[in-house]
Design a protein around this ligand. Structure first.
Ligand SMILES: Nc1ncnc2c1ncn2[C@@H]1O[C@H](COP(=O)(O)OP(=O)(O)OP(=O)(O)O)[C@@H](O)[C@H]1O
Length: 348
């Protein structure tokens, strides 16, 4: 039975309306109300937004009438306007569910603490997904500390495509990569930018890059829960978040901060990964170098499945440093990629 439509009223929060009825985003913009592209829209009512933008009562009535019309598939009084990728457009509204969009799933990889191997896990997950025949891109959202391009050995500067977009660099194995390093004269040049410039670069990496058709765009977020990762989460149509942690109590405590942040932004944690779980000797003996696993706890605090427990492997460091991450093979990463794909199939 079709779901009963709820009548949209001026007191409803803009975020709730566009989350429930994504078609309304273009109507808000058609009426010249940009709240869906602004962080205020996450908590502002339709009437409040209209007040801020000096709508007359009649104009507000017309907007509400059109919002109700569009959800019923009836004609509206304005030309629906394409909404910019913006802060107030909730996670999933721009993304999920549209089988025709060129990038099927945008997944952010996040860690509360720096150095737990988030970038490495992003890179190796992409490698394994690619081996399984998936079309994968990596957007290196760590603008001030990018490492993805180096890991894949993608050198050179991106060029313009025929339609004016930016062509991402492609790794040997076919992973499309976009990273700030590609725009620097020297890889070691620092990017000394304030927050707004960082967020603008990240948005451009999403919207101006010609990603083509992708099954997964993995976004390697900057570490922590500060302004930068929050911007990524708000600026891009993220369908889900994978949290990477390591077996330390401290890391689990910090994971809680990620969980709160993702929930605050109304996102979905699709899985957790425990990196550096153990070291395995050539005789298959396992040592838990950083202490016993706290995967069970990770699952319980996030409410998301454990996608993989990854070993410490000294071979990785030299492969990453020499841009040969795609030469690495480990069953643990193949299992991670398989779990990732299956989990997202279920979520879809
Ligand atoms: N499982 C592992 N085995 C061996 N080395 C690892 C493993 N995981 C990560 N490393 C190494 O640890 C270092 C830090 O990893 P990485 O840069 O991926 O961490 P990060 O969490 O993304 O860091 P940042 O906080 O700077 O973004 C790298 O040199 C990486 O090669």
């Amino acid at each position: 039975m079709p779901e009963t439509l709820q009548t949209i009223t001026p007191d409803m929060v803009i975020h709730d309306v566009v989350t429930k009825y994504p078609a309304t985003v273009k109507i808000f913009h058609g009426h010249g109300l940009p709240c869906t592209a602004c962080s205020v829209g996450a908590r502002e009512s339709i009437a409040g937004g209209a007040r801020t933008h000096r709508f007359s009562p009649e104009k507000l009535d017309l907007l509400v009438k059109d919002l109700n019309a569009v959800i019923k598939g009836e004609p509206v009084s304005v030309a629906p306007k394409k909404a910019p990728v913006g802060r107030g457009i909730p996670i999933n509204v721009l993304g999920g569910g549209d089988a025709n969009r060129p990038i099927k799933q945008v997944i952010a990889i996040m860690s509360g603490k720096g150095g737990v191997g988030k970038s490495l896990v992003t890179g190796l997950l992409a490698v394994s997904l690619r081996r399984q025949g998936q079309r994968v891109g990596i957007l290196d959202g760590d603008i001030t500390g990018p490492s993805i391009a180096r890991m894949f050995g993608t050198t050179g500067h991106p060029t313009k495509t025929a339609n004016g977009g930016i062509e991402p660099l492609k790794s040997k194995g076919g992973v499309k990569v976009m990273s700030m390093n590609m725009f620097l004269e020297n890889e070691s040049d620092p990017v000394v930018w304030r927050g707004p410039m960082v967020s603008s670069a990240i948005k451009q990496f999403y919207s101006d890059v010609d990603w083509g058709q992708l099954d997964y765009l993995l976004v390697d977020l900057p570490p922590g829960t500060s302004d930068a990762p929050m911007t990524v989460m708000q600026a891009l149509p993220v369908d889900g978040v994978v949290i990477v942690s390591s077996p330390q109590m401290l890391a689990t405590m910090v994971v809680m901060k990620c969980v709160h942040m993702v929930r605050h932004l109304k996102g979905t944690i699709v899985g957790v990964v425990e990196n550096m779980s153990y070291f395995e000797t050539p005789n298959n003996e396992r040592y838990e170098i950083f202490g016993p696993s706290n995967a069970t706890e990770l699952v319980s605090v996030t409410g998301a499945p454990l996608l993989g427990q990854l070993p410490i492997d000294p071979a990785l460091t030299s492969l990453c440093d020499s841009g040969r991450v795609e030469e690495y093979y480990s069953e643990a990463y193949e299992a991670l990629a398989a779990n990732f794909v299956n989990t997202l199939k279920i979520k879809r």
